[in-house]
Design a protein. Structure first.
Length: 120
């Protein structure tokens, strides 16, 4: 009976060791699959990062050109505002002259009317 018990224990030990080895092997394979998947994903993300970095590099000069153009337009707007104010002032002066000329014209019209009346 001792021999059978030793054989059963030996067979059980071999089965247990085989199951343990099989489990460890499956675990190692799963880890390797995960590592492969992670490498693939990392490569994809690197490629996307490079593409976006390249796009950012391409857009930087265009953005600066737009900033420069905006600055130019702001300066032009300031100059146009000054010019518009100057035109407003000139128009106000001319309107003042119109009023004065209108009054002078009215006085001369009255004077002419008086002179014409004296002629009659």
């Amino acid at each position: 009976m001792d021999t059978i018990l030793v054989i059963v224990i030996a067979v059980a030990a071999v089965i247990l060791i085989a199951a343990l080895i099989w489990g460890l092997k499956r675990r190692a394979e799963a880890r390797e699959r995960e590592r492969t998947q992670l490498r693939t994903e990392a490569a994809g993300h690197r490629q996307e990062a490079e593409a976006h970095a390249s796009r950012a590099q391409d857009l930087a000069p265009r953005a600066q050109a737009q900033r420069d153009l905006a600055q130019d337009h702001k300066q032009l707007a300031v100059e146009h505002e000054r010019t518009a104010q100057s035109h407003d002032e000139q128009a106000a002066q001319l309107e003042g002259k119109i009023s004065t000329s209108g009054k002078v014209a009215a006085r001369h019209d009255e004077a002419a009317a008086e002179r014409e009346e004296r002629l009659s």
